[in-house]
Design a protein around this ligand. Structure first.
Ligand SMILES: [Zn+2]
Length: 203
């Protein structure tokens, strides 16, 4: 049993549910010749911020990014690949984010002395998940730091329920951090917030 720390039912006053459409993904692994190259690559992903979500996965000699684009805009993943191949000598592209991509990247980083960066994991299955399909944010006023739990598309689908309230309960009940007791609390929907959905938590 994992301790829930400050996140007992009596210390969470608000729960926010943020769900998003998952898109298409790619992992780009780029060998850089120095800081200048790494800065250029970072600049490329920063410039694309309004079109794709990008998360850096490694730094050092191998710089890598996981990228997610809207499903209707998958051509942008090809365009990123073209730009990188034009400007960098060594580029590997994996067109999904999965266990194989993480394993290959981990191995390449080990061989080249590059550093894997901390990666968020699904709160239910524990797999690395750079772009959670659903996030549940537990908070207790502006003073305390909120707890952000992200869930992958597969676990989100398993936890799906007809109403948002039931959906949050089912996610929290399945969360490996042990929020099952919180799922029993009374939730009161904030009427003014449609997206993200907010609930006040009562005892
Ligand atoms: Zn999961």
């Amino acid at each position: 049993m994992v301790a829930t720390g400050t996140c007992g039912v009596d210390s969470v006053s608000e729960i926010r549910l943020d769900a998003r459409q998952s898109g298409v993904r790619a992992v780009y692994v780029i060998e850089v010749r120095g800081r200048g190259d790494a800065t250029e690559v970072a600049k490329l992903f920063r410039e694309l911020e309004s079109h794709v979500q990008a998360r850096q996965l490694s730094s050092g000699r191998l710089v890598s990014y996981a990228v997610e684009a809207h499903a209707a805009d998958s051509a942008i993943l090809d365009a990123i690949e073209d730009v990188l191949r034009d400007s960098c000598a060594f580029v590997i592209v994996h067109r999904v984010f999965d266990d194989v991509a993480v394993r290959v990247l981990t191995e390449l980083c080990r061989e080249t002395g590059s550093r894997m960066m901390a990666m968020p994991r699904c709160g239910i299955c524990g797999k690395p998940e750079p772009f959670p399909a659903t996030s549940v944010i537990l908070s207790n006023g502006p003073e305390a730091p909120p707890i952000d739990r992200g869930y992958c598309a597969r676990c989100t689908a398993v936890a799906a329920r007809p109403t948002n309230g039931e959906f949050v309960r089912s996610l929290l009940a399945a969360d490996r951090r042990g929020f099952g007791h919180l799922a029993e609390a009374r939730f009161e929907r904030h009427p003014s917030h449609r997206s993200p959905v907010r609930f006040r938590v009562g005892l």
